[in-house]
Design a protein around this ligand. Sequence first.
Ligand code: 5GP
Ligand code: ZN
Length: 137
Amino acid sequence: MSCIFCDIINKIIPAEIVYEGKNTLVFFDIAPSTLGHMLIVPKNHFANIEEIDQESLGLLMTTAKKIAAAFKNSQGLAGYNLIINNGKVAGQLVNHLHLHLIPRYEDDGLEAWGHGEYQGDSSKKIADEINNYLNNK
Ligand code: 5GP
Ligand code: ZN
């Protein structure tokens, strides 16, 4: 199975690398949402967050925290978004788990998610179903 991020990790295709650790790689997104938009990936291939083991996830998040803090402090960033698109419907185009680190600037024009409201017991139903699922696993 071909994977563009595995190819970047294995240096088969080029990318502008920001940081390389033993288990993780950070490189600039080829089509940045804002200046400095980068992707943080585990070096092992996991299609999504459900597939990654706990230790690898911990290492991924540790790298995300370290690079985000270094980025913020070295550039004087006001803030940033750390985002995982999980599944096609959520906008996942590359099926190799990755975190987007998107630096935010005043008036950068990026839209935030909208906000709605719950009707009736729809939120309680979801919570009950999640807990039933967990209790019966
Ligand atoms: P997703 O939509 O899967 O969450 O995000 C995939 C991201 O990978 C996109 O933001 C896209 O611009 C970026 N991307 C896709 N192909 C390449 C590539 O070959 N090199 C780099 N550096 N980024 C890529
Ligand atoms: Zn991969």
